[in-house]
Each structure stands twice: as structure tokens, then as C-alpha cells.
Design a protein around this ligand. Structure first.
Ligand SMILES: NC(=O)c1ccc[n+]([C@@H]2O[C@H](COP(=O)([O-])OP(=O)(O)OC[C@H]3O[C@@H](n4cnc5c(N)ncnc54)[C@H](O)[C@@H]3O)[C@@H](O)[C@H]2O)c1
Ligand SMILES: O=C(O)[C@H](O)[C@H](O)COP(=O)(O)O
Length: 372
């Protein structure tokens, strides 16, 4: 018997992790990601943890536990996992790299085009300049859409080779872009040569022209919330879009009121994005427990996702032909309203429970098909 503790927000968990599919006895214990604690591990002695981004996996969680041998995070971001520690303990770890790259890129496009509909019409003499910081899966996907719209990309990623999109210095991106979108992982001092924690602070904000739209869908602490708040106090006309917050799940009322668009960390929340996350950790789980040495599962990886997805009528090329359909494709303002409504009139912040509830009950949107 394999015992698995799983975050109840993992999409289609039971369609993947069941005895019929795995051909092995399993016990799946579902709980809120924030309830996956040392006490829960002590009680259930799981073999594997299936998590999303709200479960910190570190010495505090695992020091007293000997049962966990596999951790799968159905997310792109890995900043909640101390990978060095996990590896030292001989625990196999897998994330779901790239799972929601189109979803996040489409969120960013929706934000830009909602706030600046004139950007739809490409202007060869003065193209829209999109600054992209971090050109991995999401940043490079966003660049594909931008180029397809006839926009110019100013990209900065010192860890990737120079290319037609990785073509600028950080200062150029900050000073020359019409829109800046952040797509870096959250990394801290001592863990990266160029940590991204507070990469956008008062000094960086001072370089960004007043009319530039700033979008953060990466991780909250990439932008210093205190510095951003001070900047927005000085320059209330600045347009800033945040899907992630430094002190998530809390969102300060003062900040929320000054944002052009604010959403509760749902940029990647499409049916496809979430399902792909589950599919990827399922595949690595099957590989891990089927390998020589583990030899517990006899099945092979299998693509269950295609059968779980209903038809998709959302084609990027159709939207390009009919920009007025943007709200049908994704009504980002509706998500913004839900977050603002979660703020009680006299409260100083959207509280954690309300933020988490918006995410748990989110009506997953569909990912647009980029190619026919
Ligand atoms: N809001 C959401 O719902 C949501 C969804 C998915 C991912 N994310 C976040 O987006 C981040 C990026 O996702 P991805 O799939 O593109 O990751 P990725 O790992 O494919 O790409 C990240 C890129 O950032 C670059 N980078 C690292 N440090 C940098 C620095 N100091 N300056 C410039 N570039 C730097 C890396 O070289 C890499 O190419 C994730 O780590 C995650 O935190 C958010
Ligand atoms: O990194 C990611 O993949 C995303 O930020 C992810 O969608 C976070 O969502 P959560 O795991 O908290 O549901």
C-alpha cells in the first residue's frame, strides 16, 4: 500500500491517483495545502506528498519524518521547497515545469489589452515595446504572442544566451518599455548570483517611466511591496497589475486600492494549466515508483489529460481577428472585482482565508489554443 498526502486543490487528483490506474493499492489523504504539517505527517506516515505552492517543504516539515520518499509539486514555482535539503534526505522531488506557461502569458496579454486596447493595432513606426524580465517557459511564451501581435520585445535574462528576444540590459528594459512583465523565479541572496528577491525596489521603480505598465505574475517578493506602495502614493497615475503579493495570502487594502488590476494568484489557473500540473507529477510519480530499486508500480506513464479536457473553442488566431471578443476569452476585470469584493469595508487587508477561498473556488478558465 502506498500512502499519499495530497493538497485538495490538485486538479483531477482522483482521476490520476486511483488503484485502477496505478494498479496498486493506495490510500490518498486529501487536505488543504496549509494543513500539510509535521503533525499530519506524524499521524499518517505518508510515502509521498503531492503539493501545490502553499506547502513549505523543508527541515521543519520533514526533520522528524522518515516515511516520505517522493514530493511532487503540481506547480512551476519551487520556492516553497528547499531542494537542497530534500535531495540530502534522498527524497525524490519533481515540479511541473512549464505546465501553465500559456495560461500565464494569456493572463498578461489580457491585462495589457484590457488596460490599453489601442495596443491591438500594431504600429510599425512606433511598435509597443514589451519588456520581459526572465525568458524561461513563461517569458518566452509571452514573447511569442507579443511578436505575433507585431510588438517589439525587450528581454532580459542573464542566465540564457542572447537571442532575438534576449536582447537588452535590465536598465534598458526598465527605462525603455511600454509594459514590463516579470517572469523570474523567486530566488534569495546566497542562493543565486542574481537574486530576484526585491529585484523591483525603490531604485528600480525610479527608473521606470510613469506611463509604463508594470505586471507581476511571478512571485510577490520579487517586488518590494513597501517601495511600490510609496511609489504609488507619489505617482497614483502609474498602472500596476499584481497577481501575486509579498505577504500572500494577505493583500493590504492600501495597496489594493491603488492597483489597476489585482487578482488572487490565479494567472495560471486554467483547466489546462492545472491539469497539466497534475499530469506531470503523475508521470514523475509513476517513473519514480516504477524504477529499478523502487519497482513498486508496474504501469507506464500515460496521457490521461486528453480524455479529461472538453472541446476548446478558444483560438488565439480568432481573437486576433476579433479583439472585441477579449472579455469572452478571459474577463480579467471579473477576477479583479472578486478580489476587491473580498475586502471588508473597514478592514486593512484581504485576509488569508478570503484569499484562499477565492483560489479554491476559482472557476477555472480555458487556455486559448495558440496554434491550430
Ligand atoms: N501567478 C501564477 O499563477 C504563476 C504561475 C506559474 C508560474 N509562476 C511564477 O513564474 C515564475 C517563472 O515561470 P517560468 O515557467 O517562466 O520559469 P522558468 O524557470 O522556465 O524561467 C525563469 C527564467 O528566469 C530567469 N532568471 C532567473 N533569475 C533571473 C534574474 N535575476 N534576472 C532575469 N532573469 C532571471 C531564468 O534564467 C529562467 O530563464 C515561476 O518561478 C513562478 O514563480 C506564477
Ligand atoms: O508556480 C506556479 O505554478 C503557480 O504559481 C501556481 O499556480 C500556484 O498556485 P497554487 O499552487 O498555490 O495553487
Amino acid at each position: 500500500m502506498l500512502t499519499i498526502i495530497a493538497d485538495s486543490n490538485i486538479a483531477h487528483l482522483h482521476d490520476y491517483f486511483n488503484e485502477e490506474i496505478l494498479k496498486h493499492p493506495i490510500n490518498v489523504i486529501e487536505m488543504a495545502g496549509r494543513d500539510i504539517t509535521p503533525e499530519a505527517l506524524e499521524q499518517h506516515q505518508p510515502d509521498a506528498l503531492l503539493i501545490r505552492s502553499v506547502t513549505p517543504v523543508d527541515a521543519k516539515l520533514l526533520d522528524k519524518n522518515q516515511s516520505v520518499k517522493f514530493v511532487g509539486s503540481a506547480t512551476i514555482g519551487t520556492d516553497h521547497v528547499n531542494e537542497g535539503y530534500v535531495s540530502l534526505r534522498g527524497i525524490r522531488f519533481a515540479n511541473a515545469a512549464g505546465c501553465s506557461k500559456h495560461s500565464v502569458a494569456q493572463y498578461v496579454l489580457s491585462a495589457i489589452l484590457q488596460l490599453r486596447p489601442d495596443y491591438w493595432s500594431a504600429n510599425e513606426d512606433k511598435p509597443v515595446k514589451v519588456g520581459i524580465i526572465g525568458l524561461g517557459n513563461i517569458g518566452s511564451t509571452l514573447a511569442r504572442y507579443a511578436l505575433d501581435l507585431g510588438w517589439e520585445v525587450l528581454g532580459y535574462d542573464p542566465f540564457q544566451s542572447a537571442s532575438i528576444i534576449n536582447n537588452a540590459s535590465l536598465d534598458q528594459v526598465l527605462t525603455e518599455s511600454d509594459v514590463i512583465s516579470l517572469h523570474v523565479p523567486l530566488t534569495m541572496l546566497g542562493h543565486s548570483e542574481l537574486p530576484t528577491y526585491h529585484m523591483i525596489d525603490a531604485a528600480a521603480l525610479a527608473k521606470i517611466p510613469q506611463q509604463t505598465l508594470l505586471i507581476n505574475t511571478a512571485r510577490g517578493p520579487v517586488v518590494s511591496e513597501a517601495d511600490l506602495l510609496a511609489e504609488l502614493d507619489k505617482s497614483p497615475q502609474r498602472q500596476v497589475v499584481l497577481d501575486v503579493f509579498e505577504h500572500e495570502p494577505q493583500v493590504p487594502a492600501q495597496l489594493l486600492k491603488k492597483l489597476a488590476i489585482a487578482t488572487p494568484h490565479i494567472a495560471g489557473y486554467t483547466l489546462e494549466g492545472k491539469l497539466r500540473g497534475t499530469q506531470i507529477i503523475f508521470d514523475t510519480f509513476v517513473r519514480s515508483y516504477g524504477e529499478k530499486g523502487a519497482d513498486i508500480l508496474t504501469i507506464k506513464e500515460q496521457d490521461l489529460m486528453a480524455d479529461l479536457l472538453p472541446d476548446n473553442p478558444y483560438h488565439w488566431q480568432d481573437l486576433k481577428q476579433a479583439p472585441e471578443k477579449l472579455v469572452e476569452f478571459y474577463d480579467i476585470k471579473a477576477d479583479d472585482s472578486l478580489l476587491r469584493e473580498a475586502l471588508d469595508e473597514s478592514a486593512s487587508a484581504v485576509e488569508g482565508q478570503a484569499f484562499d477561498a477565492l483560489r479554491k473556488n476559482y472557476a477555472l478558465r480555458r487556455e486559448w489554443l495558440f496554434e491550430r
